[in-house]
Ligand binder design. Structure first.
Ligand code: ATP
Ligand code: MG
Length: 140
């Protein structure tokens, strides 16, 4: 297995409920390292670009409104098999289907307000990391 980097977002439902530290604890317990992190308030344009793949979905407008409804914490996570491992740590998109102990099972409010984002492939991870971070901000 290779050391990879993946991109993570602590979503607005989680920052609003002061859960950044609790989510970071689950990340670190899994062995992944947080090698970059910053708190931002996404603009509408950033959210529309970031979730552009879902533009045609009926929930797109609501998703963009949610992602810009409050601060988020964007992160770069590093470790063995980081992309797949973080998807496991997050759990299923719909918290009703997420396994016990996962971020979404423990913390998500709904299928939309589901507390965390994680890249779905190594290729998308590189694109998403470059969208939010400069190389200087990532300290492995
Ligand atoms: P993410 O991309 O945020 O890591 P994911 O890869 O598990 O989540 P996607 O299918 O990429 O899920 O959906 C992106 C996001 O859109 C979800 O995390 C959720 O916030 C929202 N979403 C997905 N499906 C729905 C839905 N049916 N209704 C409302 N919001 C949804
Ligand atoms: Mg996704």
């Amino acid at each position: 297995m290779a050391i990879e980097r993946t991109f993570s977002i602590v979503k607005p439902d989680a920052t609003r409920r002061n859960l950044t530290g609790a989510i970071n604890a689950l990340i670190e317990k899994s062995g992944l390292r947080i090698v970059a992190q910053k708190r931002i308030h996404m603009t509408k344009a950033q959210a529309e670009t970031f979730y552009g793949v879902h533009k045609a979905r009926p929930f797109f407008g609501s998703l963009v409104a949610f992602m810009t409804s409050g601060p988020v914490v964007v992160q770069v996570l590093e470790g063995e098999n980081a992309v797949a491992k973080y998807r496991e740590v997050m759990g299923a998109t719909n918290p009703a289907n997420a396994a016990p102990g996962t971020i979404r099972k423990e913390f998500a409010e709904s299928i939309e307000a589901n507390s965390a984002h994680g890249s779905d492939s190594l290729e998308n991870a590189a694109i998403e990391i470059a969208f939010f971070f400069s190389g200087l901000e990532i300290v492995g």
